[in-house]
Design a binder for this molecule. Structure first.
Ligand code: NAD
Length: 498
């Protein structure tokens, strides 16, 4: 059985513990490897390697760092299919969907390739006679990223390209459910010419996370995952004096107004709800049908949910793969049962789906629930599976009220032909990322990604300008170069300009 090791100081490392955990192929249910579960000693080894590397990496030129990023970007292009298959084999999503996450993650590398422009400081000439002011930013030191299972390549890519290009060194603690992508990426960085110790991977669960949160040699922690863990990470790491960005869970609503093209809206909502088996933080899990849109919308959604092709992620034509674990499959299927018991109409029931030849896989089919209310569990919980709940309301304002009363505020979308309605919607919803006739509005890498309310703990979204701010500290320099022998009198009063 293959054991997936850590990656420390430029090479695979077995680590200090003998503890391992199985990694499954969700399409077959079979164990395909085991991953080492690191602890304090492994995190400490990674911090020592990253601290030593920081001394030279942070002094390397911006040109050198961006050239590594250009080379890394090219390797991501060349190895997209291979990495996509690794992700699909451990996560379950289709290979094409995995390639999509690599492309979206690569966009952050492309942003990092252009840091020479973005990192430019400010300069103010002659703020006082003979005095100029300029500002620049410097890296923090060793920084860490703790990431979820659902985007094993893209979510870490939201972090490390910017952290590295700005001169930091990085420790990644990926999800223990699909850990191989992290080591593959580490190998690509090495091929791209990144010096040893600049990018490290420590595998594990809570022990490894706690060691990162407490380690005095780590300056900042980026976290993406569920809200309770995001809150925990934020509290513990800020108490240890670190900078923290902590992105949490989601419940994303798609509002459909009566003037929308129902076929178009239902097509996009179906893809947004069932793509990646609903295991996306930007998945659409609630359709809010306004007024007379409801009956027609549910009819088209029913037809489309039934047409979704469910199968192994590496089979041609598959649109939706299995869930990541048996536990996730059971949780989602139980939630559909609870919804029915609480009065929702199960329009399409995905429970008990068997895929021929893959009977032990963690499959469940798309489920569509109608007449869901905001009190029901199916609405209140983040199910993180292929379940779309339809909530019916009378007006756009009522739809906005539903969204704003929800504790999450990651993404949302409105489907309409009215510019006025779309504008009112985007100005009123308490949500960080909004789509207008766009179902999964993940911002481009040169904008920042992050939700509101319980979808983001603290105040720092990831990548784009916020990513640069997060991984660097500003300095402001006030300077005077007096002419030789032209002395200016030094006053004892607090200095003001003249
Ligand atoms: P998770 O919170 O279970 O795990 C995330 C990370 O935290 C993993 O690396 C895991 O090892 C670690 N972890 C888990 N339990 C821990 C504990 N008790 N103590 C310390 N560390 C712990 O999340 P997941 O199931 O891997 O991913 C799905 C969740 O992530 C969903 O809630 C989804 O909405 C969220 N997510 C959010 C975004 C976003 O941008 N807001 C993006 C992707 C995923």
């Amino acid at each position: 059985m293959n054991t997936i090791p850590h990656w420390i100081n430029g090479s695979p490392a077995e680590g200090s513990t003998t503890a391992t955990q199985p990694v499954h192929n969700p399409a077959t249910g079979a164990e395909r490897a085991r991953v080492v579960l690191g602890g304090g000693a492994d995190v400490d080894a990674a911090v020592r390697a990253a601290s030593a590397a920081f001394a030279t990496w942070s002094e390397s030129s911006l040109t050198t760092r961006t050239q590594v990023m250009f080379a890394f970007r090219q390797l991501l292009v060349e190895h997209e299919e291979e990495l996509g298959r690794i992700i699909s084999g451990e996560h379950g999503k289709t290979v094409d969907d995995a390639r999509g996450e690599i492309v979206r993650g690569r966009e952050v590398v492309e942003f990092a390739c252009g840091l020479g422009d973005v990192l430019k400081g400010d300069f103010s000439d002659q703020v006082s006679r003979g005095v100029d002011v300029h500002s620049f930013r410097q890296p923090l030191g060793v920084v860490a990223g703790i990431t979820p299972f659902n985007f094993p390549a893209m979510v870490p890519l939201w972090m490390h390209p910017i952290a590295l290009a700005t001169g930091n060194t990085f420790i990644l603690k990926p999800s223990e459910r699909d850990p191989s992508a992290a080591n593959f990426v580490a190998g690509l960085y090495r091929k791209a010419g990144l010096p040893d110790g600049v990018f490290n991977v420590v595998h594990g669960g809570k022990d490894a996370v706690d060691a990162i949160l407490d380690h005095p040699g780590i300056e900042a922690v980026s976290f993406v995952g569920s809200t309770p863990i995001a809150r925990y990470v934020h509290e513990r790491a800020t108490a240890a004096g670190k900078r923290v960005q902590a992105l949490g869970g989601a419940k994303n609503h798609a509002v459909v107004l009566p003037d929308a093209d129902l076929e178009f809206a239902a097509n996009h909502i179906t893809a947004g709800a069932y793509g990646s088996a609903g295991e996306r933080c930007m998945a659409l899990s609630v359709a809010v049908a306004v007024g007379e849109a409801a009956d027609g919308l549910v009819e088209v959604l029913r037809r489309k949910a039934r047409e979704v092709k469910v199968g192994p992620g590496d089979a041609p034509g598959t649109e939706m793969g299995p869930l990541v674990t048996r536990a996730a499959q059971e949780r989602v299927e139980n939630a559909v049962g609870t919804a029915a018991a609480q009065g929702a109409t199960v329009v399409v029931d995905g429970r008990g789906l068997k895929v021929a030849g893959h009977e032990d896989g963690f499959f469940t089919g798309p489920s569509l629930l109608d007449h869901v209310t905001t009190e029901m569990e199916a609405y209140r919980q983040e199910l993180f599976g292929p379940v779309l709940a339809v909530v019916r309301v009378d007006t756009l304002d009522a739809a906005i009220d539903v969204i704003n009363a929800n504790p999450y505020g990651n993404g949302t979308a409105v489907f309409t032909a009215s510019g006025e309605a779309a504008r009112r919607f985007q100005r009123s919803v308490k949500v960080g990322m909004i789509g207008v006739n766009v179902p999964v509005p993940v911002p481009m890498s040169y904008y920042s990604f992050g939700g509101w309310k319980d979808s983001l703990i603290g105040d720092s979204p990831v990548h784009g300008p916020e990513g640069i701010r997060f991984y660097t500290r500003p300095k402001v320099v006030t300077s005077r170069w007096p002419r030789q022998n032209h002395h200016v009198a030094a006053g004892f009063d607090f200095p003001t300009s003249d």
